[in-house]
Design a protein around this ligand. Sequence first.
Ligand SMILES: Cc1cc2nc3c(=O)[nH]c(=O)nc-3n(C[C@H](O)[C@H](O)[C@H](O)COP(=O)(O)OP(=O)(O)OC[C@H]3O[C@@H](n4cnc5c(N)ncnc54)[C@H](O)[C@@H]3O)c2cc1C
Length: 435
Amino acid sequence: MAMISPEDHARKRDALIETLRASSAAGPLALEKSTSNLFRQRIQEPRQKLDLRHFNRVIHVNEHERYADVEGMTTYEDLVRDTLPFQLMPAVVPQLKSITIGGATAGIGIESSSFKYGFVHETLLAIDVLLPDGTVAVATKENEHRELFFGFANSYGTLGYALKVKVQLVPVKKFVALTHERYTDLDTYFRALGQVCQNRQVDFVDGTMFHEQELYLTTGTFTDQAEWLSDYTYRQIYYRSITRKKIDYLTTHDYLWRWDTDWFWCSKHFLAQQPLVRWLWGRERLNSKVYWKLRKRFNDSRLAQLAARALGGRQEAVIQDVEIPLEQAPAFARFFNQEIGITPVWICPVAAYDPSVSYPLYPMNPRTLYVNFGFWDSVRSDHEEGYFNKKIEAKVRELGGKKSLYSNAFYTRRAQTPSATCLGEYVAWEISTRS
Ligand SMILES: Cc1cc2nc3c(=O)[nH]c(=O)nc-3n(C[C@H](O)[C@H](O)[C@H](O)COP(=O)(O)OP(=O)(O)OC[C@H]3O[C@@H](n4cnc5c(N)ncnc54)[C@H](O)[C@@H]3O)c2cc1C
């Protein structure tokens, strides 16, 4: 998609504001987007929607000052396409092509560069927020809207909608050299993960836990030379390569989207990892956007649901990302393997980019390295709905961790007026039931 000029963006924004002023809508308007990666049921009530689908273009890439101005609904796929020709990329690029910059800010976005740059919201320099009264506030870290700027992360659209953001870019090289180091014990593994993040000799760090005795630490380093180039966009499957290769090379573009082809490993649910099905499926249909559409169609179909239940028994979806302080990561991994048992699990370290600032709806200890555990599957259950998710929520709290809200949340509404101690939980409840 071609870039849009600043003037055309401004015209589009002013037309939107005019439409809002003329509108007779009472109460807040729900956001209408082309794509979404939310994995939870929203309240089904008739709501007027505000269509922001067309705020989806890159406006400007400033290669000298290394930033991009981008409309809020722009997908990372489009953003990366426009920055790579300048040998630049957004400091943190979430791995699913359909994730938008607004969604990854109002939700929480993470990737293997997060041990250096933090979450997506920490890579933003300014946000133009459409407020409920129809005005647009340009919020930065320093100006009169700084509370909105810092409050926007994890607000899930409850404070307003990002129409435009200014995002920090970082330089890239042509290729990424990967190493996959195998570990057979949790304590050594997480010690090594902490060490590699502290040393800062590499550009990317993430990992994969196949089970307690089979863990891989993957590092990526930019390079101008590649001894060979692998291709995980069709016949070969990236997550399987981790167990087979110690060293690998990808173009930077292919590195950024290495997990998208198979939606990490979740494409198995569509049989897309079977060689024949994969061949029939075709390269262009192997991506998270297609799986998401299929999943939605499947979920909406009563017949399919009944068939799944008859074949697999009662299932509970356990689709979550949680962050646990590094020193507690082995304890969480042991709990998870024993009590939940989903494999593989994605591991991604994340630390605050600027320890002097805080984002109140997603506060992190600025001196702690956290480990993100990402697990996206379902488990057989004879318990009440939410049994396994609630166990995870309780464990995360016990270990001083955090949980994203893009999927099911079972937090209670502790009080009408939250005290400081239960504020995080109260906000989580409000957001997960309303946004
Ligand atoms: C298999 C799987 C893998 C995943 N992998 C990753 C990963 O690698 N990295 C990662 O970061 N996340 C990952 N996620 C989580 C998911 O991508 C995040 O929840 C992300 O926030 C979704 O972004 P989106 O653009 O699809 O937002 P949406 O789902 O569309 O929206 C998220 C929320 O933000 C609000 N919102 C959207 N746009 C705006 C805007 N412009 N202004 C204000 N509010 C807005 C929406 O109303 C909604 O409440 C994964 C999830 C799954 C299930």
